[in-house]
Design a protein around this ligand. Structure first.
Ligand code: SAH
Ligand code: DHB
Ligand code: MG
Length: 231
């Protein structure tokens, strides 16, 4: 069933506001040739336009920097745009592991990360994220996670974060509002929204996490991030 208030697109004021703030806050240190190349090369290889925006990339980067993250995990690499933002939060001896299902996406991401000079810090793991997570060593904890792969998998990924993320670590989850579909329980045919709902239930009952959601509007329409603290 189609609902008219979903996928209503981007209000011109939201995009304008994001652009206005970006004109002050994204300076030459952020907006550079490597990020431009990443988007252009991804587009030329037919990847969908679903990366975080520049302002959102900087938001997750600053969250990672703020906690001094040295080991970062990303679920859902696509062309590596968010990966580049996050890898730049790392100190010289830091590392980022990013999990991607599609070998084609991983190939393009590898090119983009190489072009950005970040290959030595970034490891792309190809395959379903749940399988990759199952093989990781819980002794080797992550400080920061950006969760952005298939949303139906979010409850499973959150469960792995109990063992793989250090106490005091942070998990930021993308696309948790989905233009209002998540809270509209009459939407039963969207496995992504169902995944987010189950994740919220798990967060409610888990003694291991404290979390909040911040809704967003902007160049990417109406969505939101859940910020999760590993207790
Ligand atoms: N984080 C990226 C966007 C990721 S889009 C950015 O902001 O730049 C979501 C990605 O998750 C896609 O590349 C898709 O192929 C990948 N994906 C989908 N299902 C997956 C799974 N089960 N395991 C790992 N990656 C998956
Ligand atoms: C989609 C995935 C994302 O991670 C995102 O930020 C936006 C859209 C998608 O699969 O359509
Ligand atoms: Mg996303």
């Amino acid at each position: 069933m189609s609902r008219t208030y979903y996928n209503t697109g981007v209000d011109e004021r939201w995009a304008r506001e994001e652009q206005y703030h970006a004109s002050f806050l994204l300076d030459k240190h952020d907006h550079d040739e490597a990020l431009d190349f990443c988007l252009k090369n991804s587009d030329e290889h037919g990847l969908p336009h679903i990366a975080v925006s520049g302002m959102e990339g900087k938001y997750i980067q600053l969250q990672a920097r703020a906690i001094g993250a040295k080991r970062i995990l990303e679920l859902g690499t696509l062309g590596g745009y968010s990966t580049i933002w996050l890898a730049r939060a790392l100190p010289a001896d830091g590392e980022l592991v990013t999990c991607e299902y599609s070998p084609m996406h991983a190939e393009v991401a590898g090119q983009n990360i190489e072009h950005a000079g970040l290959s030595s810090k970034v490891k792309i793991v190809v395959g379903p994220a749940a399988e990759s997570l199952a093989k990781m060593d819980p002794a080797h904890k992550f400080d920061f996670v950006f969760m952005d792969a298939d949303k139906a998998g979010y409850p499973v990924y959150l469960e792995y974060c109990k063992t793989l993320v250090r106490k005091g670590g942070v998990i930021i989850v993308d696309n948790v509002v989905r233009q209002g579909r998540v809270s509209d329980l009459s939407v039963t045919d969207d496995t992504d929204s169902s995944g987010v709902r189950r994740m919220l239930e798990d967060l409610k009952s888990s003694p291991d996490f404290e979390a909040t959601t911040v809704q967003t509007v902007g160049a990417r329409s109406w969505d939101g991030f859940t910020f999760v603290l590993r207790l």
